[in-house]
Design a protein around this ligand. Structure first.
Ligand SMILES: [Zn+2]
Ligand SMILES: [Zn+2]
Length: 135
């Protein structure tokens, strides 16, 4: 039996749980993920499409899907938080790692699309770690 992880959006409207059974864990640095997250990269866990139990708020989920290419995002329409979604090819459930409330044991497998890395995130590996804001 694998652990049950819980997750949800920031405002609490949407909540879900899923089993800790991940195929892979990528940090994607592509330009589209920068736009979708407003940040340097997207941290996404991949699991099987049936591995999700929506506890509440399914009506509060909005979905964006690019018409031509494989970029999509599900998000809470109240607070905009990223939420799990099934990819266009219907092969995986993509879980934004930050949407989970539980700690996960899965280690990051790869940084992908690093060629498109934001110029300002170049030295992230050499940066010091802080638990909160630097004091
Ligand atoms: Zn929300
Ligand atoms: Zn990407």
């Amino acid at each position: 039996m694998s652990d049950l992880l819980s997750g949800g959006c920031l405002c609490g409207e949407v909540q879900f749980e899923l089993k800790s059974e991940f195929k892979t864990f990528y940090q994607c640095h592509c330009k589209q993920c920068q736009k979708l997250t407003g940040s340097a990269f997207a941290s996404n866990l991949f699991t099987s499409i049936e591995n999700i139990n929506w506890i509440k708020g399914i009506d509060s989920i909005s979905h964006f899907e690019d018409k031509e290419r494989e970029f999509s995002k599900s998000f809470c329409r109240h607070c905009g938080s990223a939420l799990p979604f099934i990819n266009k090819r219907n092969t995986s459930l993509i879980v934004p790692a930050g949407s989970l409330d539980s700690k996960i044991g899965t280690q990051l497998q790869a940084n992908i699309f690093v060629a498109e890395k934001a110029s300002w995130s170049k030295d992230e590996c050499n940066a010091k770690d802080f638990d909160g804001f630097p004091s």
